[in-house]
Design a binder for this molecule. Sequence first.
Ligand SMILES: Nc1nc2c(c(=O)[nH]1)N[C@H]1C(S)=C(S)[C@@H](COP(=O)(O)OP(=O)(O)OC[C@H]3O[C@@H](n4cnc5c(=O)[nH]c(N)nc54)[C@H](O)[C@@H]3O)O[C@H]1N2
Ligand SMILES: Nc1nc2c(c(=O)[nH]1)N[C@H]1C(S)=C(S)[C@@H](COP(=O)(O)OP(=O)(O)OC[C@H]3O[C@@H](n4cnc5c(=O)[nH]c(N)nc54)[C@H](O)[C@@H]3O)O[C@H]1N2
Ligand code: SF4
Ligand SMILES: [Mo]
Length: 773
Amino acid sequence: MHKPPEDEPEERLSVTPPEEWAAGVPAVAHAIEYSLRQTSPRRAGRTLLTMNQVDGVDCPGCAWADPSPGHRHRNEYCENGAKHINDEATSRRITADFFRRHPVSELARRSDLWLNQQGRLTEPMVKRPDSDHYEPVSWHEALGLIAAELTSLDSPDEAVFYTSGRVSNEAAFVLQLFARAFGTNNLPDCSNMCHESSGFALHETLGTGKGTVTLHDLHHADLIFLVGQNPGTNHPRQLSALEEAKRNGARIVAVNPLPEAGLLRFKNPQQPSGVLGRGIRIADRFLQIRTGGDLALFQGLNRLLVEAEDAAPGTVLDQDFIDSHTSGFEDFSRHVREIGWDDIRSATGLAREEIEAVRDEVLRSRRVIVCWAMGVTQHKHGVPTIREIVNFLLLRGNLGRAGSGACPVRGHSNVQGDRTMGIWEQMPDAFLDALRQEFGFEPPRAHGLDSVDSIKAMRDGRIKLFLGVAGNFVRAAPDTAVTEEAMRRCRLTAHISTKLNRSHAVCGRTALILPTLGRTERDVQSGGEQFVTVENSMSEVHTSRGRLRPASTLLLSEVAILCRLARTTLGDDPGIPWQQFEADYGTLRERISRVVPGLHEFNRRVIRPGGIRLPNPVNEGVFRTSAGKALFSRNAWQMPLAPEGHLLLQTLRSHDQWNTIPYTADDRYRGIRGSRQVVLVNPEDVAGLGLTAGQRVDLVSVWANAEERRAADFEVVPYPSARGCAAAYYPETNVLVPLDSVAEGSNQPTSKALVVRLEPTGAAADRSEEARA
Ligand SMILES: Nc1nc2c(c(=O)[nH]1)N[C@H]1C(S)=C(S)[C@@H](COP(=O)(O)OP(=O)(O)OC[C@H]3O[C@@H](n4cnc5c(=O)[nH]c(N)nc54)[C@H](O)[C@@H]3O)O[C@H]1N2
Ligand SMILES: Nc1nc2c(c(=O)[nH]1)N[C@H]1C(S)=C(S)[C@@H](COP(=O)(O)OP(=O)(O)OC[C@H]3O[C@@H](n4cnc5c(=O)[nH]c(N)nc54)[C@H](O)[C@@H]3O)O[C@H]1N2
Ligand code: SF4
Ligand SMILES: [Mo]
């Protein structure tokens, strides 16, 4: 990106030692401070009081589950949830006048932070082909423009329909129904960049793409692994669940290249002792692993368990479970015995004794849960790593049993629900058959495009139209320069959004902004006031009802926009009553209940306190794999390698951002304030590379065929990361992620392992100057 215009404040970095604990009084104070900068105390208070309560609004933050209805606090949210919700409930507004003052070319030079801070979008806008300005447009004309473009395509497969996990089940279902009735499975979503590796590996080995645990399981586990996730920032109420587990005697092992505050200690702001006291220690053991070392770690652990069984037959492995519920054990155990300790050591950076100590923890524990997130999935070998975690759980029968299981911790509040509703470019035939049966059309069967393949298709001119529902595709996607160019090649791009972001500024020849109601707002349709539903990380489907007055009278709900667009494009269809769906979402849920297994009597059951828990077959001992059993797998040892003079760079979230949107330039727990243009490097690596603290460097990512990508002008911050492993913030560093660098199997971008070199800023220019001289 270019340098932002001058009226944006200059960044000035200040660094203090990282915090050793998460939450407590400062968390409460920060949440209130951010909320009051966005909106009035009354509006902020109204949203917070109903947040995550029965019949209230679901937090638009992460997908962490709520405690059962009788066990909720009056304030059942975290610091970050409060910030996310008030970022939406902000009193700031963007009107037509704003777009008169700011041409699109200027908006494209603005920072993500500035764009978001301008407030809520309030009326539909269009940028016409030869204009540099968005101008107001009626809903009728806006939807007509998209429909005309859609119907003029040579094939329905020349359009893509992107969604992010921020949308409701109802909107997600309508979107996929529209896309398929139109004739394409091109339904890329944020999950393609998030937990795709989890879904893929779990499907392969267990026959389900979802996690198997509930909050109750977590509360009653003996041993919990937190692998590649930063709960203090990204799933803060997970810390409350871990606190309860610890009170019940659980032990916790954290695996991370960074000593994250939330992994160390936690002060629960909802408990008096948490506000005042020293808090509770979360991790009993912290394994400071090298980036990308988790496959080798679990292989080492599995090898130790298999050998422990050899030494004391019949005492270590759950042979009954293995015999009756799994397949492939012999092959797996032969393979895992051959994994060498030197390889494990080089991949993990951990001493064998550290892994043996974890084995002993495992041997003392009857019930074990493994939680993981982006530190595991966003790797070339994300899929085999998760398969190896499954091997680990299978060995001692830790699947389908209370207090144990697999817990992929989901990101967006309804990302899991989107999948349940059919947002996937490769939905199985059973789902498509059900759609045909219910709506009387033949859905396309060929797999569609996911996020990475959509970018390639746009780049190559095979996609002409991009519709985004929530999200910020150009910032979320890898290889920023390529993605932006691809987006600009589209004939038409349109975004259904609550707030302004870069995807509105880096757009197609014709571009549309379709402003929508947020989850916090009242949604009144001709059939009366509506609620929507969402599914959390633990497969619980429940209602969400907004209470605030909408940001503008011109807003439409996501369901309304999509139903009108479908009708404008496809015409009236007796099989799909779009108008009725828009008027009364209950009629839509009625149809969903006949398409999606587990949601029978959707309308009646979802309004009960706590909602519906979708069954996970694994917990009934059913494995829908090819063999009808859980599959052990053999996974070749692998690790990402950085050549001499290079580092492995992970791209991650600060404490003060929601995905592509920074709220401020601060990252409080890591002690970084005032700037996000930083790279965190182990102090010995700083010295070893001949760099100094505070030095300005370009991050240069190196990739096959000597192609280089550059993110310019970052400050070096010595930070206690694992040796050889650096970290910098997403989305500023997405420019470094090669489009072709994806996880095997899941096609997910490898945002956690980029090979980079740090080059003093200006050095490249100096060199070419010299060459010219
Ligand atoms: N406040 C806030 N909350 C959020 C989000 C947000 O942006 N802001 N985003 C939401 C979304 S969509 C998602 S997907 C989740 C993401 O939740 P996380 O997965 O926690 O998010 P990241 O910041 O990407 O952090 C990844 C963590 O993995 C560690 N890590 C990196 N590489 C490795 C590795 O190779 N091995 C191991 N063991 N650890 C590694 C990093 O040090 C970091 O602690 O959060 C959700 N919640
Ligand atoms: N390098 C790197 N890249 C990554 C990641 C990483 O760790 N590193 N993480 C990946 C992950 S896990 C994810 S999930 C993606 C996130 O990718 P996205 O989900 O695409 O991005 P968000 O930043 O969540 O989208 C924010 C925008 O959503 C819109 N929005 C918010 N609420 C609503 C709503 O209620 N309705 C509608 N219609 N719009 C709304 C607003 O306009 C806002 O600007 O990024 C991925 N990209
Ligand atoms: S933990 Fe997640 S869902 Fe819960 S309040 Fe915080 S951000 Fe919202
Ligand atoms: Mo995510």
